[in-house]
Unconditional design. Sequence first.
Length: 272
Amino acid sequence: MITQNWLYDAMLYIYALSLLFYFSDFVDRNRQAKRMGTGLLIFVWVLQTIFLIHRIISHFNLSFLSLFEYMLFFSWLLVTISLVISRFFRIEFIVFFVNVAGFAVLTLNLFGIRSGVSMEPWQLAREMLVVHVSLMICAYAVLTIGAIFSGMYLFLHGRLKSKRWSKSVQRLPSLDVINRLMYRFVLVGTPLLTMSLAVAVTSIMVEGRYGLLLDLKVIASFVALVLYIWNMLHYRWFDSPSWKTARWNLICFAVLLFNLLINEASSFHNWS
């Protein structure tokens, strides 16, 4: 994801980091995470504004503005609207999903025009697929660790409940520590999965292969994402027991594993 324009790269990376903080606030109502996410998002807005002004000044005749400028302005507008919503209406889940769309548009623009040369739709889709796969690998890695902690929590919870002591039980951390680590890893992995799927859907739309939106692999990915978000919200907002959250984490991870096993039945970046 290295381009010749470091400013645009910085916007994309900082944007992704702000989404991680915003998701934490969306689920956990974490004021510190919200401040960090808002600060990073404002910084992204400043960078976008500078970049947009520079592009407009370099094209005094507005008739020469390309799709790149228009899409950059659209992303800037989404960031601006999300900041207004965050400041005056405090509807954090709207802010998060609006910025997921903004991130997808910014990624599309990053690969859509490189050094002022437009790419063919299939080339653009292939480049964006690299971003999708990279984000998905990171999501799988983090969510795998979250699943391991979930399994540890269920194991220790069952042992303590049945009062079956052993050396393995004594060597494990406390339930509180395992629960906290389990929650944090899933809290990081879920927005990574969200951004990955947003880029994937954008690449499908760019290539015009809308039938892939009904592909079994795409549907399974979205099912896993919805389950992860529902599980996190149920845990934080409705005080769901930790053992139920751990069990649902494993169910969500099983859906992701199923997603890997159906590559041969899928037309979306088939690995077979």
